[in-house]
Design a protein around this ligand. Structure first.
Ligand SMILES: Nc1nc2c(ncn2[C@@H]2O[C@H](COP(=O)(O)OP(=O)(O)OP(=O)(O)O)[C@@H](O)[C@H]2O)c(=O)[nH]1
Ligand SMILES: [Mg+2]
Length: 297
């Protein structure tokens, strides 16, 4: 069998389910997920093998009209992630249907004449009658080669999508070792898992005012790992909320994150969290760089 390999970008509006679908397709938790929009902030690569094909699946941040420097950098990272892809999958939350964000992305894909497929997600919570009109409307905006309907949560339709993607990739040698799952370093994964808990456990502007950096990641002789991470917030009030009464919130964030990390890294994790106020971190070049984001200006 001839080897196949190619980059496949998942793009879409915030909250469409891109990261959920990446994790489902990869069969592993690689990208963090939350019910809140704008969870993903940088490109995450999932490496999957399907038959003779190595699918290099790129999860990207949701695309929207950004205002903050961090958000502009995030949206820029999404389009950059799609730029070099052999195939772009536009993931649309079928429950949410058409809105300005989805229309803008579809029209841009159409204009750039990228090789693109349409994937309608969340079919588990949408009456099937709604799917056809949505497909028709979107197909007028860009010449999608194919249309798939999936549920990233139940896995419905995902095997078919994977088979089709594998068959559509160009011939070529696998670019990564087949047993690798991602190129995300463990330090970054640790910070992301903490950030996921912040998205799940805090509300309003707090998750958006927060970033997490791993300060140290030390493997111990007994096989365990000691991780120290700092949670940066942009305002004093956010720090108080994150710490919680008598430190209850940050303790809960740490406990949940430690459990998840232990599973993902398959060893005992000792996690130490610090909360620091640093106003304007979301405008700082150094912080954006730490996230692997380019300056948007
Ligand atoms: N019912 C249902 N919910 C889904 C499905 N896929 C994703 N979700 C939910 O939608 C929410 C957003 O999922 P994410 O995977 O974080 O979405 P995303 O597109 O990566 O979002 P951003 O990173 O913010 O752009 C989460 O609460 C998911 O559980 C699906 O197929 N069905
Ligand atoms: Mg995401």
């Amino acid at each position: 069998m001839t080897e196949k390999c190619g980059f496949v970008a998942l793009v879409g509006a915030p909250n469409a389910g891109k990261s959920t679908l990446l994790n489902r397709m990869a069969g592993a938790k690689l990208s963090i997920v939350s019910p809140k929009a704008q969870t993903t902030r940088f490109r995450v690569l999932g490496i999957l093998v399907r038959g003779a094909a190595q699918i290099l699946l790129v999860d990207t941040p949701g695309i929207f009209a950004p205002k903050r420097k961090l958000d502009r950098a995030t949206v820029k990272a999404a389009w950059t992630g799609a730029q070099d892809a052999d195939l772009t999958l536009l993931l649309v939350d079928a429950k949410g249907g058409l809105n300005e964000q989805v229309t803008a992305i579809a029209e841009r894909l159409g204009k750039e004449r990228r090789r693109a497929w349409l994937v309608l997600n969340k079919t588990d919570i949408v009456p099937h009658l709604k799917l056809l009109p949505l497909t028709d409307a979107l197909s007028k905006m860009a010449p999608f080669e194919e249309v798939y309907m999936v549920s990233a949560v139940t896995g419905d339709g995902v095997a078919e999508l994977l088979d089709a993607v594998a068959a559509a990739l160009p011939d070529g040698p696998h670019l990564y070792p087949d047993d690798e799952l991602t190129d995300l370093p463990d330090r970054l994964l640790a910070a992301e898992i903490v950030r996921e808990q912040i998205f799940l456990q805090t509300h309003e502007e707090v998750p958006y005012g927060t970033t997490v950096e791993t300060e140290s990641f030390v493997e111990k002789p007994d096989g365990s790992v000691r991780i120290e991470a700092t949670i940066y917030v942009s305002r004093a009030g956010q720090k108080a909320i994150l710490i919680g009464d008598g430190g209850a919130r940050v303790k809960e964030i740490g406990q949940k994150a430690r459990g998840h990390l232990g599973q993902l890294l398959e060893r005992t994790v000792h996690l130490f969290l610090n909360v620091k106020e640093r106003s304007g971190w979301d405008d700082e070049r150094a912080r954006l760089k730490a996230l692997g984001l380019d300056d948007p200006d």
